[in-house]
Ligand binder design. Sequence first.
Ligand code: G4P
Length: 537
Amino acid sequence: MPVTDQTTALAQEIHKRRTFAIISHPDAGKTTLTEKLLLFGGGIREAGAVKSNKIKKTATSDFMEIEKQRGISVATAVMTFEYQGRLINILDTPGHKDFAEDTYRTLTAVDSVILVVDCVKGVEEQTEKLMQVCRMRNTPVIIFVNKLDREGKRPLELMDELVEKLNIEVRPLSWPIGMGMHFRGVYNLHEQNVYLFRPGKTVIEDERLLVNGLSDPKLNAELPSHAAALREEVELVDGVYEPFDIEDYRAGRVAPVFFGSALNNFGVRELLETFLEIAPTPAPRETDTRLVAPHEEKFSGFIFKIHANLDPRHRDRIAFLRVCSGTFRRDKAFLHVRHGKQMRFSTPYNFMAQRKTVVDEAYPGDVIGLYDRGDLKIGDTLTEGETYTFQGIPSFSPEIFKELVSTDPMRTKQLDKGIRELTEEGVAQLFVQEVGRRKIVGTVGELQFEVIRYRLEHEYGASCRLEGLPYSRACWITAETPAILREFTKFRERQIGYDKDENPVYFAETEWMLRSTIDAHPQITFHFTSEFTTQRR
Ligand code: G4P
């Protein structure tokens, strides 16, 4: 193909793609919404198909069951479907909060996010955390307020809560008419139409009541007990919130808000169609040397997730790569920047409609699975020859810390190898203290410790004990000069560890202790993610 044709073909592929994640506090309705979106795209034919991917709440103590379910989730790590000429990649995120770090990392590979909030519970803890990660990268966010068929918080109250707790401006694009038993539908502020809710209806088409704005007498006839309140509320909404501006949304400053009921498939089409209209196509990405645009002819991408095979007879892993520029081609040699060596992939996978198929080509915005025998690590960059590293794939501050103690001195080497490999996969983070080379494992959930102990024993034949430590926060620390840093770390040996790249990390027992240390040492900078270590040179 001549070069100009190739460039146009690539531009068309990029233009088609929308890569995003659906995030929520567990139980808000992420799985249900994902499933309904897939139904629109014909990605699945029946409801319930996505459920198998969900880590059931009842199984929280049975982590083998969870791992089994995570195994299933490999097939659905990304769900691709086509709708109205667009190719949509939904990146799956684990529902269980103990796997939150997996979710944080997945957010580095998307171009936008749909956040699901339960109208009964409002903004929950996990939602706040996930949103902080989106805010770090100014990821555009659309909010879907779910479960309107239940009696929930008042919509205006919910709006205030979103602004306050999520630290983002909002702009409702639809407005609910009633709620719970009295939920009648939504008024679409953009189309100035009413969508009527018929409970229990599972058809894909929402019923539209064509009205000519709020003054249309049809409103009174169809919704006699709601019309007046609706007019009043919409007037208020229009007065309080700025008109919707797509640029503000794309810059991550304003989140448009929709209302609906995923279970009843209500408001989902409206959400999907607006999403396709406003959500960004694959964006340029920052590296340590320059900005890489998706339209560049040469391929580049980065690894954001690694999934290990738990079966000890098959030690292969699948590394998930997000394509950032150019075209990925099967069997073509690409540069593994960290190792400085060429790699070819003969069986790269994509995931269409829950089937794994070998792909010959992939484009910016796509996520593919690469078989790996231990060469790839989270954050690794692959290119067509240029040496740069993608930014924005940080480690996040863990919340639970335990000391790793070998209980079999004859197998210390296996233990070291095992914990190194598991931390490379992103199961946990490892910090080593200078004194006694004490190894501290940090995670965001208790469950990971069970996973680690089990896997060390079964895959590496190494037995260990994980002893609780009193820390609850860890911050990467930097200072203007090495001398200042040394002065700070000198008398705090038990409070300092070093991460996999030898960066110093400060451990605090309480939030209060951390705050007072930060206040007392203005010459030290405390970082809540490891991002600073890979800033532009
Ligand atoms: P998650 O992935 O965010 O954890 O949530 P999920 O979709 O699994 O939904 C959690 C529960 O909320 C499910 O009920 C689901 O059916 C219900 N749900 C989702 N959307 C709506 C909605 O619009 N209205 C109402 N009333 N419920 C909704 P469950 O009983 O936990 O599971 P299941 O037995 O239905 O599978």
